[in-house]
Ligand binder design. Sequence first.
Ligand code: HEC
Length: 110
Amino acid sequence: MGVKGLLGGVLLVAVGLNGQVAADEYEQGRELYRFYCSHCHNPGEGHPGTQMLASKKGVEQSVIREQQLPAEYIRTVVRRGLLEMAPFRPTEFNDAQLDELIKYLRADQP
Ligand code: HEC
């Protein structure tokens, strides 16, 4: 694990657990999303992922958390990247963490 991944992991634990027991089964995925994806994929302006998807697929399909994208598709995009979106390596988050992230992305959870 590279220094960056290690730091990311430490930070995630600090932010995610905040000294408390995880709130629910989506906690880890939620924190991964907030840390690695939300600045590009949250709804609204100022989010490059959402804006790019809005221009390509339409506004109603621009927010990845509102789309019920297939898990395998999300996995492939995250690991290989997609045009403007750079791939994420297992040193940033491992496959088990990616599973948690995908579970959260596809869930109807705040
Ligand atoms: C630096 C900004 C950025 C970050 C960070 C980012 N993405 Fe993206 N993402 C994009 C852009 C831009 C696109 C549109 C790519 C294109 O089609 O040109 C995209 C596309 C996608 C798509 C395809 C959606 C569709 O409707 O086809 C998925 C899935 C996705 N991103 C998941 C994620 C996940 C999960 C994370 C966090 C691990 C993440 N992205 C982090 C910018 C980002």
